[in-house]
Design a protein around this ligand. Structure first.
Ligand code: GAF
Length: 383
């Protein structure tokens, strides 16, 4: 994988080759990891994600023909679409993410015009690191800067999410776009998904002699495959069964037992308990006790595996092997059914890495990929 700057330079070179002109700028938006709070965002609860040091870049320039011309290093292209033709269903596949952002900005009344966009990335797709939100957010910061449109970061995050919900058709929550746009180096982002209020929370693993290690299990997932939407619908039914607007409004996981349907009761128990774990994690981080978050990660994984039922064998093996080899806690991360595990490990990561790799090779699985995940800055301009 290339570094962020090398990817930005490759995108700029590709822009020159495609358009015979300099890009007006190159913008970057990171992928995200999530420390804790999974499937809580669309239940109007709390999440604690952070921005990664990898992401998506967009080399961009304005056009005077009121069209979008989109090319991606990671996809077949280009896709060209007149702005006037943008609407739900007008663009499908990967290009729906950037085109959807232009559509959402214009729907909100922002005077964004035509643009040439060359997209590149050093973030693996399908690894649960939110490459789709990174495309949306990099496009969003590029377009508003090109057209000198003043939009706050929270509003940009809401519009990027609208693009994903309506143009792509995934009923995702707001966590990924907020993390990508509002993340800060050395911090996680506490986000209240009902109010949209957010606050940075100190998260500096190196200062505690620790590392947040991402384990890409190699199992690919897509939020578009219907299983994410099914969980969301189950949570809505669980909230109705409890007579509350959303699961956010339930005080503690014990109340889930009031739900007659055992599947819905388990779904609710996970969401309510993970909301509690987010707030416990914030208290620990504010008390400079990152190590204390380890048991919360362990409990969250068990809850995602047994109650929410979205973990997968490679994630379970990675989390268990990491903890057996000295991790303070580990859990599956993201939408589920594939992607990455996040493990809180000692700064010397070799023991857990070797243990996980040995478990994988012993089962005949391809070895996983490891990436340290230092909490990094949110989206901005690179060149
Ligand atoms: C995906 C979604 F896009 C997020 O909104 C969130 O629901 C997450 O899965 C699960 O916590 O990343």
């Amino acid at each position: 994988m290339l570094s962020g700057t090398a990817v930005a330079e490759r995108a700029a070179a590709q822009f020159r080759a495609r358009h015979d002109s300099e890009p007006e700028g190159v913008w970057h938006a990171p992928g995200r990891a999530n420390l804790i709070g999974e499937h809580t965002d669309y239940n109007e609860g709390w999440v604690l994600p952070f921005a990664l040091d990898r992401g998506v870049v967009v080399a961009a320039g304005r056009r005077d023909d009121d069209a979008l011309d989109i090319w991606s290093h990671q996809a077949d292209g280009p896709v060209t679409v007149p702005l006037a033709a943008l609407g739900v269903g007008s663009v499908t596949g990967w290009a729906a993410y950037p085109a959807g952002v232009a559509w959402a900005l214009r729907e909100a009344g922002h005077a964004v015009g035509g643009a040439s966009l060359v997209i590149d990335s050093d973030l693996p797709q399908g690894a649960g690191l939110s490459s789709s939100a990174a495309i949306e957010c990099a496009t969003a910061v590029a377009l508003v800067t090109l057209y000198r449109v003043s939009v706050s970061r929270p509003e940009l995050a809401r519009l990027a999410r609208r693009a994903e919900n309506e143009m792509v058709g995934v009923p995702s929550g707001m966590m990924d776009q907020y993390a990508s746009l509002l993340g800060e180096a050395g911090h996680a982002l506490l986000l209240d998904c009902r109010t949209g209020d957010s606050a940075p929370v100190p998260l500096d693993p190196a200062a505690s002699g620790l590392t947040l290690l991402l384990v890409d299990t190699g199992v690919r997932h897509a939020l578009t495959d219907g299983r994410y939407a099914l969980r969301r619908a189950e949570c809505e039914r669980a909230a109705r069964a409890l007579g509350v607007p959303s699961l956010r409004d339930v005080d503690g996981p014990a109340r889930a037992a009031e739900i007659g349907d055992p599947v819905l009761a388990r779904r609710a128990r996970h969401v309510i308990a993970d909301d509690c774990r987010v707030r416990a994690a914030v208290d620990l981080l504010n008390a400079d006790d990152l190590a204390g978050v380890g048991p919360l990660l362990h409990a969250s994984h068990a809850s995602l595996r047994d109650d929410f039922e979205i973990s997968w064998p490679q994630a379970n093996v990675a989390a268990e092997a990491a903890e057996a080899a000295g991790a303070l806690g580990a859990r599956m991360m993201g939408g589920g059914f594939g992607g990455s595990v996040i493990a809180l490990v000692p700064a010397d990561t070799e023991g857990p890495r070797e243990a996980i790799t040995a478990e994988y090779t012993g089962r005949g699985w391809p070895p996983p990929r490891f990436r340290p995940a230092p909490p990094s800055a949110g989206a901005g301009r690179l060149l």
